[in-house]
Write a protein that binds this ligand. Structure first.
Ligand code: SF4
Length: 535
């Protein structure tokens, strides 16, 4: 052993009492010990041993660098953004959010988690700068007329054929991503929507989007807007409210609802063709198939790597785990969708590390996993740091989330007609559409997914206001019993943490683990705690 390694080992031994994993094991504290009560504010950084603490800190600085570049590249628009948009302030919670996401991560899983997270941070910060620097509310910018606002649930890959245009998922910045970082931001927009007369029993995601529109908190750019019916009827309604406030010519891209039927694809293909024709007309540009093929190659490569990741995820030796997998796939698929090289490069690096860890038979989380769970859950799993908490508290490893199962078919890279058909199939399998409202086959597929990934447990998020899913509640319970899965319904109100708090969500798991399974927590400090004031 080298002298430096010996020294590091000695320091690690000396300071191990500050490591929350060690504290929980020895009954002298744990993950919650370093927080101020009720908040997500930690008194000091997590001690993970010399190497991991310094690695983690270097990544913190790297993310800080991306934020500084964002402000540096558009200082005045960023200042105006903070002044104009309530949601901009919520981004200040990003560092706390990331720190909480990776609690308990060490070694390979920590490195992969940070690679994935930095890909998101560098992409998102560039998008914020781009949008604010070209926002018509602040006077517009050089790219305002080349940007195309589109509904975030519509996968933007097909827009790559417009090589001089910049498609931007409109709701991602003020609503979709920020609700994961700050549990207190969307209730404000939900209240705005309700005081306008919207009923209070609709899905909180759609209510929040509507509130953002009514509050005039969507940045305005582009010449025309692509809306969609995806994923559900509640989304259709919010598209209508947005169209009235945004006041740009719009084209609703209405993809087939029950898309597993063969007859659905010609219809969805036609919808994509109509959208392309609409953009050609409104922006006066011509679609370039070669430009599409170039980006489709990236998406295909990412999806091929994803399939290899799945093979490793089926084993106990996957260094890609929990929230590092779910959140990355959600952002890289739904918001980037093959259009940024950085994500292909990140995937190449991550799969290399995953192969290495697999060959070494490396088990993440010090091999403390007791159960392998398939998660069927949307945004509420992120602002609660749910996959991280459930591993640290009960040893439940979230192997894969429903968001990761989105379109993974290959797109033709040489035949325009085949490519647009492939894109239709790919687009139908977007966020929530094929999980919640795409027909019974898609919901029922969860058992097959869980079996294929060697899971003994299924965690099913029960959005109390999702009309699509409320009807299947009892059916899922019955099937879980028949098939022999441990099955937990986790109630939540998606983006409204007032209806069902984070602690109440955790309680659903606590009750099952302690009463039904009679298990002891790995870390008693995080079984029951109040984080209602946290970001
Ligand atoms: S949670 Fe349900 S109601 Fe809300 S957007 Fe998703 S599918 Fe629609």
């Amino acid at each position: 052993m080298k002298a430096t390694d010996k020294l590091i080992k000695a320091i690690d031994k000396k300071l191990e009492r500050f490591d929350p994993l060690w504290q929980a094991e020895h009954g002298v504290g744990g993950f919650r010990s370093r927080y101020y009560d009720k908040t997500g504010v930690a008194k000091y950084r997590e001690w993970r041993g010399v190497k991991d603490t310094f690695y983690d800190y270097s990544q913190w600085l790297k993310n800080l660098g991306s934020m500084a570049m964002m402000v540096g590249s558009a200082p005045i628009p960023c200042l105006k953004g903070f002044w104009e948009y309530r949601w901009m302030g919520s981004y200040l919670g990003t560092f706390m959010f990331i720190d909480r996401l990776f609690e308990g991560y060490r070694g390979y899983e920590l490195r992969i988690a940070h690679m994935n997270m930095h890909a998101i941070v560098q992409s998102l910060t560039k998008k914020i700068a781009l949008v604010l620097a070209n926002d018509r509310r602040f006077g517009g910018g050089p790219l305002t007329d080349r940007m195309v606002p589109m509904d975030e649930v519509l996968p933007p890959l097909f827009m790559a054929g417009f090589k001089d245009l910049i498609p931007v998922p409109l709701q991602t910045l003020p609503e979709f991503i920020i609700c994961d970082i700050d549990q207190h931001i969307e209730p404000y927009y939900i209240d705005v929507a309700e005081s306008y007369g919207l009923p209070a029993d609709v899905c909180s995601r759609c209510a929040a989007e509507t509130g953002v529109a009514i509050d005039d908190a969507f940045p305005i750019f582009g010449k025309a807007f692509l809306t969609t019916n995806m994923p559900c009827n509640a989304s259709e309604a919010t598209s209508m409210f947005q169209r009235r406030r945004i006041k740009l010519p719009d084209q609703p891209v209405t993809m087939a609802m029950i898309h597993n039927e063969p007859g659905a694809h010609p219809y969805s293909t036609g919808e994509l063709k109509n959208a392309i024709a609409f953009i050609e007309k409104e922006y006066g540009v011509k679609y370039d198939w070669d430009a599409l093929f170039e980006r489709a190659r990236h998406m295909n490569e990412q999806n091929l790597i994803e399939l290899e990741k799945w093979d490793i995820l089926k084993t106990p030796y996957s260094a890609l785990a929990g929230i590092a997998e779910t959140l990355y796939r959600l952002y890289s698929w739904a918001s980037v969708n093959g259009q940024e090289d950085y994500f292909t490069e990140t995937d190449r690096k991550v799969i290399k590390l995953m192969r290495k860890a697999y060959e070494e038979k490396y088990q993440p989380f010090q091999g403390k996993t007791r159960h392998r769970a398939f998660l069927w859950g949307p945004s509420a799993v992120y602002y609660t740091d749910f996959p991280t908490w459930v591993q640290n508290c009960w040893g439940i490893n979230i192997v894969l989330n429903m968001d990761s199962t989105m379109g993974h078919n290959m797109i033709s890279t040489d035949d325009p007609e085949q490519a647009i058909q492939d894109l239709a199939l790919f687009s139908e399998k977007a966020v929530m559409r094929h999980h919640a409202v795409g027909g019974w086959d898609n919901v029922n597929a969860i058992w097959e997914w869980a079996k294929n990934f060697n899971c003994d447990m299924v965690l099913f998020n029960d959005n109390v206001a999702c009309k699509g899913m409320n009807g299947v509640h009892a059916l899922m319970e019955e099937q879980a019993r028949e098939l022999g899965f441990h099955f937990i319904f986790i109630e939540h109100d998606l983006e409204d943490s007032r209806t069902v708090s984070r602690q109440e969500m955790r309680k659903c798991v606590n009750n099952y683990m302690s009463v039904v399974l009679g298990e002891q927590p790995l870390d008693p400090t995080i079984v029951e705690f109040d984080d209602s004031a946290a970001y």
